[in-house]
Design a protein around this ligand. Structure first.
Ligand code: NAP
Length: 256
């Protein structure tokens, strides 16, 4: 990956922001897949709250373009090249962040829906499952393995795993099997990591944004990106006595 010196600078510098500072520096948040859609809106809302936002993007060109859009609104977000399916990029970013002072918030937002429209289980290809899991499950898993130590060392962390109601076991039905399986597994990851981090100051939660108008959600979706991002921002800025190991939509617990 290109050296993400911007991200390192983000963690080192900056003025205090009311309510979101650690004492020495503002909280640092990494949002994956933030060049568009719900991730972009999460980046915008976190920047508005005074966090130092690292805007993860598969290509720096897209990341810089997204960052420029926020700059036009007077908001700062540093583009970071991050393909969540690339373990080397993840490790390299974690090293840079460690050197620069750490990471406080991780939003595992990047996601793909690769099942064909109306795709049924009997037709699903193994390659579709593998590519879906690589982004939606193994990406968050590798990011958590790389970033959690930084959070635990500082005694503070907020992790948001962007899941979906399509991953809810209670509501499980047919269609988009690869995507459903990936989000159910992501929810399992949330529970495992929340259990492993109990008492460390790190809070780990899953959420569903609802059906949101993005490239993935399509133009018929009823929700705006602002509505889809709201719960993520709330979970990213929970107080120390906030929940961990939960599944939320609209700031309320939902069934697994
Ligand atoms: N929209 C909905 O109705 C809805 C509902 C439930 C859950 N969700 C979840 O919400 C999250 C965001 O969805 P969205 O609607 O905003 O989707 P979107 O508009 O399709 O955006 C997806 C984002 O993820 C990025 N991405 C994909 N693969 C990546 C990878 N390997 N590494 C890094 N970034 C990658 C994309 O980057 P590129 O631009 O490079 O492709 C893009 O920035 C996803 O996890 C999705 O499953 C969405």
């Amino acid at each position: 990956m290109a050296k993400s010196t911007a991200s390192a600078g983000a963690a080192q510098s900056g003025s205090h922001a009311a309510g979101e500072a650690t004492g020495q520096r503002p909280r640092v948040a990494l949002v994956t897949g933030a060049n568009r859609g719900i991730g972009f809106e999460i980046a915008r809302q976190l920047a508005r709250r005074g966090l130092r936002v690292l805007l993860g993007s598969r290509t720096l060109t897209k990341g810089r373009a997204a960052s420029r859009l926020l700059a036009e609104e007077g908001l700062a977000a540093e583009p970071v090249r991050l393909d969540v399916t690339d373990p080397a990029q993840i490790k390299s970013l974690a090293r840079e962040l460690r050197a620069a002072g750490g990471l406080d918030v991780l939003i595992n937002n990047a996601g793909v829906l690769l099942d064909p429209r109306g795709g049924r289980f009997l037709d699903v290809r193994l390659a579709t499952c593998e590519r879906t899991l690589a982004t939606n499950l193994y990406g968050p898993l590798l990011l958590l393995q790389a970033m959690l130590p930084l959070m635990i060392e500082r005694g503070y962390g907020r992790v948001v795993n962007m899941s979906s109601e399509l991953g809810q076991l209670e509501e499980m039905g047919s269609g988009t099997p690869a995507y459903r399986i990936s989000k159910t597994a992501l929810n399992a990851l949330t529970r495992i990591v929340a259990s492993d981090t109990r008492g460390t100051g790190v809070l780990v939660n899953s959420m569903c944004p609802g059906w949101v108008r993005t490239e993935m959600g399509g133009p018929e979706a009823p929700r705006t990106v602002a509505q889809g991002a709201d719960t993520a921002v709330w979970l990213a800025t929970l107080p120390g006595d906030g929940p961990s190991g939960g599944f939320f939509r609209d700031r309320k617990r939902i069934a697994w």
